[in-house]
Write a new protein. Structure first.
Length: 234
């Protein structure tokens, strides 16, 4: 990443906003603040936001609904903050479009590391570098699916498929080796090469979202489940 990045911190607790703001500004981020979901959406609409740090439990418009509305606008990375650490809550947050999920109380150092990680996942150049050896032209074709990694564009049968950076990483790992079964651990290594804060359940969630998007856009399922082993492109 180059240049200062702008982070939007959304939390109804001033103490949390202060902690996150201090941690990110110390690392060179430009920080803007919002106390609730509606204020966050209004500020995001003005543009110039590179990453959103979003509390889940807020009065009025909560973080999950705020994330859903942000996703309807585009791909700005979202890192959830929540006092609830249950796996179901984490999965729900990811299914609604979140890129990562950090449980309160948290280490400011870990917060910064995770923010940087979701930003790297959102960089098409970084993803292209990850697969450059296997795809020198940075383009993959598999049946009716065409992936331009450098431009972060995915098409299936003439229809655009809007994937997040992490979803693109998972799909690319599978399409690089069509028909070869990759375990969840292998997919984690490929799609999260620089981030160890993931679980196998996270991979399942991203696979589910990829499938849903392809079904909606083109009526196909590009991924086959090999029970007890992992996934493959089909």
């Amino acid at each position: 990443m180059t240049g200062a990045r702008t982070a939007l911190i959304v939390d109804d607790e001033q103490h949390i906003r202060d902690v996150v703001q201090y941690a990110l500004e110390r690392e060179g981020f430009v920080v803007t603040l919002a106390e609730d979901g509606n204020a966050a959406l209004a500020r995001h609409a003005q543009g110039g936001i590179d990453v959103v740090v979003l509390d889940v439990s807020m009065p009025g418009l909560d973080g999950l609904e705020t994330c859903r509305r942000l996703r309807a606008r585009g791909r700005t990375p979202v890192l959830f903050l929540s006092a609830r650490g249950d796996e179901l809550d984490r999965v729900l947050g990811l299914e609604l479009g979140g890129d990562d999920y950090l449980v309160k109380p948290f280490s400011p150092r870990e917060l910064v590391a995770r923010v940087r990680a979701v930003l790297r996942r959102a960089e098409p150049e970084s993803l292209a570098a990850e697969v450059a050896a296997a795809t020198p032209n940075r383009s993959l074709r598999h049946g009716i699916i065409h992936v331009d990694v450098e431009r972060h564009e995915v098409r299936a049968g003439g229809s655009d498929v809007a994937l997040t950076a992490t979803e693109l990483g998972v799909l690319t790992a599978l399409l690089e080796r069509p028909g070869v079964v990759l375990s969840r651990a292998q997919l984690m290594q490929r799609a999260y090469a620089w981030d160890n804060h993931v679980t196998e359940r996270t991979i399942d969630t991203h696979i589910k979202r990829i499938r849903a998007k392809f079904r909606e856009a083109a009526g196909i399922d590009p991924i086959a489940t090999v029970h007890g082993v992992g996934y493959k492109a089909c």
